[in-house]
Write a protein of this length. Structure first.
Length: 78
C-alpha cells in the first residue's frame, strides 16, 4: 500500500468572488494533480483550504492555479 503525505494550505484571495467564480476556482484546483480536497465557506469566501498529497503537489503550484485566474492571493497557514 502506498503512503501519501497529506498537507493542508489556506489561500487568502484578495478579491471578492461570487458563488460561480468560487465554484470555478474550486473546480480548477480539484483538477490539479495531487489535490485531494478543496473547501470554502459562504461566511469566509475569501479563504480556501486545499488538502493535497505533498508527494505530488506543492503549495506554490496550488497558488499558481489561483493566480492564473487573475486573482491576487497569498498562502497562509503553512
Amino acid at each position: 500500500m502506498k503512503n501519501i503525505s497529506i498537507a493542508d494550505v489556506t489561500i487568502h484571495v484578495d478579491e471578492s468572488m461570487d458563488k460561480d467564480a468560487r465554484a470555478k476556482l474550486e473546480s480548477d484546483l480539484r483538477s490539479q494533480d495531487g489535490v485531494i480536497s478543496v473547501s470554502s465557506s459562504e461566511r469566509t469566501p475569501h479563504l480556501i483550504v486545499v488538502s493535497f498529497d505533498a508527494e505530488h503537489a506543492t503549495c506554490k503550484e496550488i497558488l499558481k492555479v489561483v493566480l492564473g485566474e487573475h486573482l491576487h492571493a497569498e498562502l497562509i497557514g503553512l
